[in-house]
Design a protein around this ligand. Sequence first.
Ligand SMILES: Cc1cc2nc3c(=O)[nH]c(=O)nc-3n(C[C@H](O)[C@H](O)[C@H](O)COP(=O)(O)OP(=O)(O)OC[C@H]3O[C@@H](n4cnc5c(N)ncnc54)[C@H](O)[C@@H]3O)c2cc1C
Length: 372
Amino acid sequence: MISKYKKILVVGGGVGGLVVAAALGKSGFEVDLVESKSEWGVPGVGLIQPTNALAALDKIGAAEECLQRGFAYSEYRWFNADGSLIRAAPGPQIAEFPAYNGIKRGDLHEILLASAKRAGANIMLGTRVTSLATLDDHVELSLSNGKESSYDLVIGADGIYSETRSRLFGEQSTRFTGQSAWRVNLPRPNDITWGAMVVGNHKKAGLIPLSAESMYLLLVTEEEGNPYMPPSELDRLLRERLAGFGGIIQDLKEHIVTPESVVYRPMEVVMLPLPWHSGRTVLIGDAAHASTPHLGQGAAMAIEDAVVLADVIAQNLPWQETISQFMRRRYARVNLIQSASMQLGEYEQGRCPDLDVFKLMSDVKIEATNPI
Ligand SMILES: Cc1cc2nc3c(=O)[nH]c(=O)nc-3n(C[C@H](O)[C@H](O)[C@H](O)COP(=O)(O)OP(=O)(O)OC[C@H]3O[C@@H](n4cnc5c(N)ncnc54)[C@H](O)[C@@H]3O)c2cc1C
């Protein structure tokens, strides 16, 4: 059978872009991928992979290696700021996959890049799209390396500040939610074999195991007006904000001594209204629906988008049917994750005090184990 979508361009070599390139390459499509960075360098310290992310990664054969290189755990333990336990919350599982796997972002990137290359994707670093005309049956574009090409399909996986999104729909700015995340990698004490969340006064700290040797400490703070944080002072600013936490969080403060080890990110969101495509160009991952990290599901959603899109493209249906199926399988799920994540952020900022947060988290996590 001759495919309608033989030649495909993926814009962005992050989580979603590499997974869709790997999945399409495996199914025999000719895939080019452009990444604007001229060298791979993955920001961020670690990532939580919930069970649904692992199940989706298994479709491209990458789950096993994530589990080998990461640290699987089954539950979160919630504590008060003084270190007293509130409750343990085991996570749901899909099949043999653990409820959670913590992994260094760099390790995940290496695994996904190798999968995309193995599947035959042609990766062009330091390259971006400079013009794009998205038509009903193909896309014409030029690249910053001077090439002009025609593709049957373009997939915009270029993240929260997506240029592809701006090209298709005009400027769609991100919205700051009032909170920021601070993260730092630290050695893992032997007894941290679960995720920890520690509830402070208008802030939340956490510990996520990442490997046999390492974990990351996270802190979520309110940062009114989204102030600039000088990179050279991030360690001091983080230590200051950890005041008020007792127990292990207090003990870890003294290990945060270099500003470059601290990754600071204001929490921003984007929710593109339907449809996430114009002509033959479609958006996936943060480009379409960047969420806050309260449920640790953003990359999981990008991975699922990638796997589902590759699946519907491989069915070789007319484009309108392909895109309708994709939206039908993705929109409600992504919307649920994003709205629940934002509700949790609102709760943490004192704006919906009656919310039953443990019930909400549990319900959404169970919902996320449904097939995609
Ligand atoms: C503080 C924080 C913590 C998080 N923790 C978790 C977590 O624990 N678990 C989880 O599942 N998710 C988490 N997330 C969310 C997760 O990081 C994102 O949802 C995920 O990375 C989105 O993947 P993506 O492929 O859409 O975009 P990205 O991974 O951002 O990739 C986009 C890629 O496109 C490239 N690019 C950008 N512009 C262009 C261009 N014009 N041309 C070509 N290439 C371009 C970029 O360089 C990048 O490589 C967290 C997010 C934050 C902010």
